[in-house]
Design a protein around this ligand. Structure first.
Ligand SMILES: NC(=O)c1ccc[n+]([C@@H]2O[C@H](COP(=O)([O-])OP(=O)(O)OC[C@H]3O[C@@H](n4cnc5c(N)ncnc54)[C@H](O)[C@@H]3O)[C@@H](O)[C@H]2O)c1
Length: 388
């Protein structure tokens, strides 16, 4: 089906700064492209690296004025807060150990925050950021990418509308294979910090991938984890953090879940798959084929829902007609678009509606940190049940 393109105001109303995302990094450039997608956000400041020369090179290539390129995020937070034309929000896309102190610096200076996952290392740090966000009446978005996919939103809608009945069982998996070799010893930057507890936190694999399963399931089902039992495996010579993990979950409604995350499962790239089984039907969404959602209603043949079609409730988050695939960039852009629209509404004093908060927030980040720490606690105690 051909349809008209969506037209939204192309005025770049919001100005933002970035922490991390310097030359040679991974996710920062994806954030920049996603934030630019809908024309609401313009990058005007940055501390892209601990190495100021990298920040200068990156900033110059991005066309940012020299006086908005900073040596540290603390300097950026203080100086931007002091300017009449200071940034409206910051995007924190540096490794995990930077998240807490950077987010705190910007929140304390009255600046809204977008931060990548996992939010922080410890539960008390996440609670502090949550309180600070509320106290200073700011918006905080945690970029759990997969909640931005239209067919994940469709799955959430089907569960909410009771179409699959009461949930009985959830199966979530996120296998990759890129850490099967110890490439951190060969100078691979992204592997080096993820396998280092000082930069990654108490977990590598569960923090990096398990947290995505936790958030995607929570977003689709609304279930809260009551307790869990985890066995985490450290695979790879010389490593001290997990690269594989199996988790059994009890949810607050009495149902069960099984999660598996791995960075050493040969043959897998980004194979996030979530299956939800209810009393009336089941759902299956697979990240590597994200425009489709498998739905089976009791006693009926398999149905395949297709992004962008008229019968899809989440059609508003689609950008192009079905058949032209959408993916990772669009999902990230959906999160930025929602966050930016809500921030623009807040700035102009408009009344919010429920949809305005359809982006992962600091409380979702807190749930993720609780999940990661509970998995590590369970595994270290011999795979015992841990209450969240
Ligand atoms: N949402 C997702 O799907 C997703 C995907 C990948 C990574 N991530 C998250 O994004 C973050 C970054 O991951 P990555 O793979 O892009 O890392 P990376 O190593 O590729 O890039 C990190 C960047 O941060 C910079 N940096 C480090 N310390 C800094 C500091 N104190 N101040 C300013 N800049 C600093 C580095 O110089 C580098 O440019 C991590 O928290 C990771 O978990 C999320």
């Amino acid at each position: 089906m051909i349809k008209e393109s969506k037209f939204e105001s192309n005025v770049r109303n919001l100005h933002y700064g970035m922490v991390g995302g310097g030359e040679g990094s991974f996710i920062g450039d994806i954030h920049r492209k996603a934030a630019a997608f809908d024309g609401k956000c313009q990058l005007i400041a940055g501390c892209f690296s601990r190495d100021y020369n990298n920040t200068l090179r990156t900033g110059t290539n991005l066309g940012i004025a020299a006086d908005r390129l900073y040596e540290s995020f603390d300097e950026m937070a203080a100086k931007e807060a002091g300017r009449a034309d200071g940034i409206n929000f910051v995007s924190i896309v540096a490794p995990n150990h930077v998240h807490y102190s950077a987010a705190k610096a910007f929140l304390s200076n009255g600046i809204n925050v977008v931060c990548d996952k996992p939010l922080v290392f410890r539960v008390d740090e996440a609670e502090e950021l949550s309180e600070l966000t509320e106290r200073n009446k700011l918006l905080f978005c945690v970029t759990y990418t997969y909640s931005g996919y239209p067919m994940v939103k469709q799955a959430r809608k089907l569960v909410k509308d009771g179409k699959i009945g009461d949930i009985l069982m959830v199966v979530g998996e996120y296998p990759q294979d890129w850490l099967i070799s110890t490439i951190e010893n060969e100078g691979q930057k992204q592997a080096a910090w993820r396998t280092d507890p000082n930069q990654s936190g108490v977990s590598n694999c569960i923090g990096d991938l398990g947290s995505h399963i936790e958030n995607t399931v929570a977003y689709i089902t609304g279930l809260k984890i009551k307790s869990l039992c985890a066995k985490l495996d450290i695979i790879g010579e010389g490593r001290t953090l997990d690269t594989n993990g199996s988790i059994v979950i009890k949810y607050d409604n009495g149902s069960s879940g099984i999660y598996w995350a791995s960075q050493v499962a040969i043959g897998n790239d980004n194979a996030l798959k979530v299956r939800i089984y209810g009393t009336k039907g089941s759902l299956e969404w697979y990240q590597e084929n994200p425009d489709y959602l498998k739905v089976t209603y009791l006693g009926q043949p398999l149905q395949i829902y297709h992004r962008g079609c008229r019968y899809i409730d989440s059609v508003a988050s689609s950008r192009i007609p079905p058949g032209h695939p959408e993916g990772y960039y669009e999902a990230f852009a959906n999160i930025y678009n929602r966050f930016a629209s809500t921030l623009l509404k807040k700035n102009s004093g408009e009344i919010f509606n429920e949809d305005d908060f359809d982006f992962p927030n600091v409380k979702d980040g807190l749930e993720g940190v609780k999940f990661i720490n509970s998995c590590v606690k369970s595994s270290k105690s011999g795979a015992v049940w841990v209450e969240l």
